[in-house]
Design a protein around this ligand. Structure first.
Ligand SMILES: [Fe+2]
Length: 448
């Protein structure tokens, strides 16, 4: 009898070990399998940019660049033959547009209309396009993308940044899925913009995400050095954009990411602060922030540990994905509990729909607007009953943000080309139009 039990146990252990080794093999293969990849850009700073591409053969590639499409007079040649290319162009001028072409003998590269811009110290106006959970290639993804192109009249010059809110390649963020879901369908954007992306839970199923991108760890693109690719800031014009990994990093208040976040927000001097992270603190869509166990407890941790930091530094906007719908709050402060604890009197700073006023200086408890936009390629059946998120739609779409030194205008552009939700935050001392002022403006001083 003892022998039989022993044999069964050994058999079970062998099954578990074989399964574990098999899974590890699959995950490693998916994460690091070599795929050809057209050139794309990472590590945009005020004076440099890095071009990456993957060619079928090991070879020395070269990049030509210059101020004019017919005058790319500068050339950089790689020193060694590789198939995974990474070439940094340095000594560029700040806030300047360059044209470039990439040449790699074994590869047919689409060099039509390739350009990039360096980050800006100041800007009169900036436009961002943000997509969430965009990683399902197909008709819906294409339609959402095409509505953005229509909105900007196919004028890429009117766009300054492109931001991805995570789950950028379904189903598991493999190298092959990234080619299918991002590099191929958005190829015209990839030629012109750095895809600034945060990791989603589906991306985190493999290790390709941090292999595909290089992110600034030394404050190269702005903000305080983070010493981690998982969290960093980008200073561009009027914006301080904070990119967080809500999926694989420590989300504890005293953990390294949140400790860095507090220091980074304290040091920031830009007028607009936007935090981007995949998992939201509030949602009642495909995911529920009232369920402590939803998404492994990440939504709860983010609400309890990050919201107080957003309040402390008066973060203007927190944008997430994860639920495949659109949800948006008013200007909020101090709501770290479940939806039943939401108290409009206590947690709404300005009870208006379309217009909010904030001080230009960083001000504690001046309020934060929370947006979920996880419907750029997928849609969930959703209840959308969270009392803190009154402007919510079971609709596919993307976000357009227009930013000036004193105004931030957000629009949810649907798959049908409609603006289903929009609001403006003003920091120019002018009041909102009277029709928007449902209650007097007030700041919730003293709320802990
Ligand atoms: Fe997700």
């Amino acid at each position: 009898m003892k022998n039989i039990i022993k044999k069964i146990l050994l058999f079970l252990v062998a099954v578990v070990v074989i399964y574990g080794v098999g899974r590890l093999g699959v995950v490693t293969y998916d994460s690091y399998v070599f795929v050809d990849r057209q050139p794309y850009m990472v590590m945009q700073t005020q004076n440099s940019i890095t071009l990456k591409w993957q060619s079928p053969q090991k070879e020395k590639g070269e990049v030509h660049y210059g101020f004019f499409s017919d005058g790319m007079n500068n050339k950089i040649v790689e020193e060694t033959a590789v198939d995974m290319h990474s070439l940094t162009i340095s000594n560029l001028s700040e806030c300047t547009k360059y044209f470039y072409s990439v040449h790699s003998p074994s590869m047919s590269i689409d060099n039509q209309n390739r350009s990039f811009s360096t980050l800006c110290k100041t800007a009169d106006k900036q436009r961002l396009w943000l997509i969430g959970d965009s990683g399902q290639e197909g008709e819906d993804q294409t339609k959402v993308y095409e509505q953005m192109l229509k909105y900007i009249n196919n004028d890429f010059n009117s766009l300054n940044m492109w931001v991805l809110l995570g789950d950028n390649a379904y189903r598991s963020g493999t190298q092959k899925q990234y080619n299918k879901a991002l590099f191929t369908p958005y190829r015209e954007l990839v030629k012109r913009f750095v895809p600034w992306a945060v990791i989603g839970n589906h991306d985190a199923r493999r290790w390709a995400f941090y292999d595909i991108w290089d992110f600034p760890t030394k404050g190269e693109s702005g903000g305080l050095p983070s010493s981690s690719e998982g969290f960093y800031s980008i200073d561009n014009g009027n914006l301080h954009l904070v990119m967080l990994d809500s999926e694989t990093q420590d989300r504890n208040s005293e953990g390294y990411m949140l400790t860095w976040l507090k220091k980074d927000l304290k040091a920031n001097k830009k007028p607009w602060v936007i935090v981007v992270l995949h998992s939201p603190p509030y949602t009642d869509g495909g995911h529920s922030s009232d369920n402590d166990y939803d998404s492994g407890g990440r939504l709860k941790e983010i609400r309890e540990n990050l919201v107080p930091i957003f309040d402390e530094f008066g973060v203007d906007l927190v944008i997430s994905g994860h639920s495949h719908d659109y949800e948006r709050s008013k200007l909020l402060v101090g709501h770290t509990g479940k939806s039943k604890t939401f108290d409009a009197q206590k947690h709404i700073v300005q009870d208006t729909k379309e217009c909010y006023v904030k001080p230009l200086e960083k001000t504690k408890n001046s309020g934060t607007i929370y947006q979920v936009c996880g419907s750029s390629s997928k849609l969930d059946r959703a209840k959308l009953q969270h009392p803190a998120l009154p402007f919510s739609f079971e609709t596919m779409g993307s976000l357009i943000l227009d930013v000036t030194p004193t105004t931030l205008h957000s629009k949810f552009l649907t798959i049908d080309g409609k603006i289903a939700d929009e609001f403006i935050i003003k920091k120019d001392n002018s009041a909102c139009p009277v029709k928007n002022e449902e209650v007097p403006l007030m700041y919730k001083e003293g709320i802990k």
